[in-house]
Each structure stands twice: as C-alpha cells, then as structure tokens.
Design a binder for this molecule. Sequence first.
Ligand code: SF4
Ligand code: SF4
Length: 136
Amino acid sequence: MKPHNNIRTLQSKRRTLEERLAAAKRLRAVEDARFRARQAQGKLRRFLRTNLRKQEVIAALALRRGECNRCGACCEILYKCPFLKKETDGTATCGIYEDRPNACRYFPIDRRDLQEVRGSCSFYFIEKPIKLEKAS
Ligand code: SF4
Ligand code: SF4
C-alpha cells in the first residue's frame, strides 16, 4: 500500500474511534439525565406518599426486609443533604435524626426507591406479605 493510503486509513480509523467515543459520551449523558429524572420523580413520590398516603406506605413497608447499613446513599439523591454527616468509619449520620422528614424516615418504601441509590441500600422487598399459620 502507498504511504498516503496508509495515512488515509489511519485518519479514517482515528475518526471512527473519535465518533465512537463521542457516541458513548452522549449515551452516558442521556443515561445520567434519565437517572436524575427518576430520582426527582422519586423524591416527589416519597414526599406525597409519606405525607398524604400513609396507609399505602404502611402496606408497602410490610414487604420490606433487612436493616439500614448507614451508607447514606439515600441522603445524596439528586444532591447531598446539608444535614448529612460522614463518620470516620465510613458510615453516615443524620444531623436532625429525631426530626428528619417522613420521606427520609421511611426510605425505602418500595423497590422503585432502591433504583435511585444504585444498589447501595441493604433493604430488600418480598413479593407478598407472609401469612402466619395459627399454632395448633
Ligand atoms: S434530613 Fe437526615 S435522613 Fe434526611 S436526607 Fe438529610 S441527612 Fe439524610
Ligand atoms: S440507602 Fe438504605 S442502607 Fe443506605 S442509609 Fe439509606 S436506608 Fe440505609
């Protein structure tokens, strides 16, 4: 192959690589925007549910299992809450724990909430409430 053909091939490969990188960057930006939109929707949903639909929240929490690992991820949904304190052992503490909003108190209410913390939350949900049989 002639030298100028080699140069053209290299330039074309470089263009293809640049185009692929730009496409991957655009995809990441779109995914990030979608994730943030889901978080915003979740924040509003939790606010409305915990303040106006308490029976629905009680029913949903009956399916929740596990314990909080104090990762603090739910305090950084969309933005980092100013009351969040990070401890030296890596755990998180709420600066207004006793007075924290209901949306914080009951997080996560259902599976949808887990999607907003990218797998950090140690709670999980079962499909249906477990009926206890009467002892004979
Ligand atoms: S108020 Fe407390 S529990 Fe609620 S987001 Fe802020 S730090 Fe977290
Ligand atoms: S994301 Fe889940 S495990 Fe982490 S602090 Fe919030 S409730 Fe606890």
